[in-house]
Write a protein of this length. Sequence first.
Length: 121
Amino acid sequence: MIPAWLSKAVVPVLILAVVVLVTAFFIMQAASSFRSIVETARQQERDGRDAYWTGQIEKSNALTAQAETQQTKEALRINTETANTIADLRAKLSTLEAANAKLPNGRAVGLDRARVQLLPD
């Protein structure tokens, strides 16, 4: 059937083909493992970077919230202080108007000595 010389030539070629196929299979497995290792390292680096920047953003947000709180407190203090000043000035004005109304010649035009003395320094 198959001549002896042909089987002697085919056997080494078959063995070589099997060795090449097995080697190619192991190389592909190694490449797949290497790809998996690289992808895992990339993912870990990406997660680490995301965690770092998330922490930085949270820190910045906390500082911003603290600054806003301080500004709100300062605005409330200024508002209260201004309201007190306005109330004091209104009280002084009403006192001055009452003192002016008590003076004689209430409908007189111009300033006389008594009215000038009511003016603040």
